[in-house]
Ligand binder design. Structure first.
Ligand code: GDG
Length: 737
């Protein structure tokens, strides 16, 4: 890894503090610091973030300290004026985005002032990056406080590669769309080259929001915007497993604490929960479930103790202060109601405890209980497993935490289900040792393998790769070497040419019916097809009717209609389906949906082909049409999930067709007939032609017509240039076969 890494996060790993008139840095011990430390060190990297409030009065000492940090540690401070900092952090970040992203719309506060502060703060962070970044750096932006930053950086420094990682969930579009600034936030993120999520579920929700809100279609792992490719990755974060294991196995202080805990709670099973005091963590829900457990299973009373560590967090926000009161009251209630003179059911530690104490608790607890109502990942689950090592406690894990996707051997719980959680706790406490050991061994192995260092390295490698694929950099795809192509064409024993129609052989017309081929097109394609040992395939999204009308007389060419769903081999009049027997009864279900939308948008039409249905809205008022198209696509996407159908959002069209009906399949079919040895060429202008390019071998002559990112090797500016190239191949000379 040689490129310098520049991490940007809301907080720096050091906070500037004054005590006794002197300024010093206080380290935060977060997992992110431990994970990123090694990659930053290796590359002599930079970390840019906020160093904590600047008090009024004389700050020369502070300024000196911050300068020294940058020089000695590569920690560069971005200051925020107090008003901005608060409205940015407590306001928009934690009162708007946090509840929204966690799927609690009723807790979201919308305040235009805080939005301005959020933008302002993101601009200040961006300026901090822009001042320092070098062209070869890899910038890696962390989390929801900085969602506008990738876009701002892209505007100012388009050549710099950047990534963004979202530590928290991304909600379904039905929730995300209530955010008044939804477009700006999505556009901000799309400034990055790579957007990383904790889980595929969050990534899928993001993709659906892109479609519904911006009308941008995406593939499973990438999205094309403004001629760039943005990669999407699911990269679940891990912990620095070694550090936790070392604490438990060889730290004397921790060992002593573990012994003390066992002695103090002898004869009782320990249940442990560790959270920031945040409503997403399900603390009241878990207390209720624990009470239910004790009430419904009195046999366990006095035999268990539940230790809840809750670190105060965001206390200036009223909702968090309310939660703090609520939890204290609940603990008091349970202990008062069910405790005895010698036993408290719940031990409540409402403060941050040292890591050594935390490690000892993790190691000593028989059950680790995570009850998040929603959580990006939840590192506590992983830390518990790491500290148990071979002791085999049981992890009770909310199915709504990102970690659930990776930790299948835990007992999964729905944190809203009080009796269900009580039952799961009972099961955990009663589980035979052998089963516990088996589950723990698999979990531990996975926590070790997918650790935070691996996460950081992979994420950085994703960013390093971005923008290095020549198809992704505008202007970097060369024009085709015509002489070389002609030479290859001539010397090949067999040759195959795949030609798209609209936008490739003829310019795109305002109305599809106007895109009639000129006489020159017929001549050029005809001449090419007349060359010996040459297979020509016209492969288009058009219907059989259109292709018959325009190319019916060219008996020497293959025609492929509806993106390849139907084929007419050379020398015949007969069209055959690519997959015989494909059932199209789905059209009966999809047609009413399209009709419903068509009725709302005068001027739009439904086109029915043999294997597809499309809704065209070229004549609808553009903004309304686009909005409606997003709705159609989203509605169908959901309805058709898991079927072999695909919903495609093209230029002024939403089309439903079989996922297998794509141009790549045509290549595969023609190749399977053995007609392609020697020379292969493909020309096309849009996304559907990328399937064509993808199926061809690397040394084939693939040519993209017009702008847009592509995996083709070459680019031509327009259909006229494409036609000129094909014309030179069609001309016979004495030297050819
Ligand atoms: C966000 C996402 C995602 C807790 N109490 C003490 C203490 N901790 C440490 C734990 C753990 C961390 O805090 C909490 O991490 P989580 O992952 O559980 O949750 P969030 O703070 O909400 O983190 C989350 C994470 O980002 C990473 O991407 O997993 O979903 O919400 O490391 O050990 N540490 C010490 N004393 C305590 O009392 N020293």
């Amino acid at each position: 890894m040689s490129d310098r890494i520049v991490v940007v996060s809301n907080r720096l790993p050091l906070t500037a503090r004054r005590s006794g008139g002197r300024w010093h840095g206080e380290r935060s011990s977060g997992g992110l610091v431990a994970a990123l430390g090694p990659v930053l060190e290796q590359t002599n990297g930079l970390w840019i973030g906020w160093p904590g409030d600047a008090p009024s009065g004389d700050t020369t000492g502070r300024t000196k300290l911050l300068r020294q940090w940058e020089r000695d540690h590569g920690f560069a401070a971005v200051d925020l004026p107090p008003g901005v900092g608060r409205a940015f952090y407590e306001g928009y970040s934690n009162n708007t985005l946090w509840p929204l992203l966690h799927g609690f719309p009723s807790r979201v506060t919308f305040d235009p002032e805080t939005w301005h502060a959020y933008r302002d703060a993101n601009e200040r962070f961006a300026a901090g990056v822009i001042d320092r970044v070098r062209p070869d750096d890899l910038v890696w932006v962390q989390d929801y406080q900085l969602m506008l930053l990738p876009g701002l950086l892209r505007e100012a420094r388009p050549e710099v590669r950047s990534g963004f990682f979202l530590h928290v969930p991304f909600p379904p579009p039905e929730i995300f769309r209530i955010l008044p600034q939804r477009e700006a936030i999505l556009q901000g993120l799309l400034g990055a080259d790579v957007i990383g999520f904790q889980t595929h579920e969050h990534m899928g929700a993001f993709r659906r929001s892109l479609l519904q809100i911006l009308g941008i279609e995406s593939r499973m792992d990438q999205v094309e915007v403004g001629g760039r490719v943005v990669s999407l990755e699911a990269r679940p974060i891990g912990i620095v497993t070694d550090e936790w294991e070392r604490l438990v196995s060889s730290d004397a202080v921790v060992a002593k604490r573990i012994t003390d805990l066992h002695a103090r709670h002898a004869g009782r099973r320990l249940i442990l929960a560790v959270d920031r005091l945040d409503y997403t963590k399900g603390i009241p829900e878990r207390l209720r479930a624990f009470r239910h457990f004790l009430v419904s299973r009195p046999g366990w009373r006095r035999k268990v103790t539940f230790i809840q560590v809750a670190v105060p967090s965001r206390e200036r926000i009223p909702r968090y202060a309310d939660l703090r009161r609520q939890v204290s009251e609940m603990v008091g209630e349970i202990n008062g109601e069910l405790g005895t003179a010698t036993w408290s059911p719940v031990i409540y530690l409402r403060r941050s405890i040292p890591r050594s104490e935390l490690a000892a608790l993790y190691a000593a607890a028989d059950v680790g209980w995570v009850a998040s109502l929603r959580d990006g990942m939840n590192l506590v689950a992983k830390e518990y497993v790491a500290c148990q090592r071979d002791r085999a406690g049981v992890l009770l894990l909310s199915e709504l935490a990102g970690a659930a996707g990776e930790m299948g051997e835990a007992i999964r719980v729905n944190p809203y289900d009080e009796p269900g959680s009580a039952e799961a706790l009972d099961r955990a406490l009663s589980m035979p040792e052998e089963e516990r050991a088996e589950r723990q061994a698999v979990l531990l192995e996975r926590v070790r393998r997918n650790n935070a260092l691996v996460w950081a390295e992979r994420s950085v490698a994703d960013i390093a790769r971005a923008g290095r694929d020549p198809g992704q950099v505008p202007g970097s795809v060369p024009v085709p070497p015509v002489t070389e192509i002609r030479r290859a064409f001539r010397s090949a024993a067999r040759r195959a040419c795949y030609l798209d129609y609209d936008g490739t052989l003829v310019p795109i017309a305002a109305r599809p019916s106007e895109a009639v081929p000129s006489a020159a097109v017929g001549e050029v394609v005809g001449a090419l097809a007349r060359r010996r040992n040459t297979t020509v395939v016209i492969v288009s999204g058009r219907s059989v009717l259109d292709l018959e009308r325009w190319f019916g007389d060219l008996k020497g060419t293959w025609l492929a209609a509806e993106h390849g769903a139907l084929l007419r081999p050379p020398g015949t009049d007969e069209w055959r389906p690519l997959r015989p027997g494909a059932d199209v009864e789905w059209k009966e279900r999809v047609r009413p949906v399209l009709e419903h939308f068509a009725a709302r948008a005068p001027g739009s039409t439904i086109e029915e082909k043999e294997f597809s249905l499309a809704w065209h809205f070229r004549l609808v008022e553009p903004e309304f049409g686009d909005w409606l198209a997003n709705e159609v696509a989203a509605a169908l996407d959901q309805q058709l999930a898991g079927t072999e159908l695909a919903v495609l959002r093209g230029n002024k069209i939403v089309e439903v067709r079989f996922a297998w009906a794509n141009k790549g399949e045509v290549v595969a079919h023609v190749r399977s007939l053995g007609e392609t040895a020697g020379f292969e060429l493909a020309i096309g202008d849009d996304r559907t032609d990328e399937d064509l390019f993808e199926r061809l071998p690397d040394d084939a002559w693939s040519i993209r017509v017009g702008p847009g990112s592509t995996r083709a090797r070459y680019r031509l500016p327009d259909p006229a240039a494409a036609l000129a190239l094909l014309a030179t191949l069609g001309v016979s000379t004495r030297r050819t076969h």
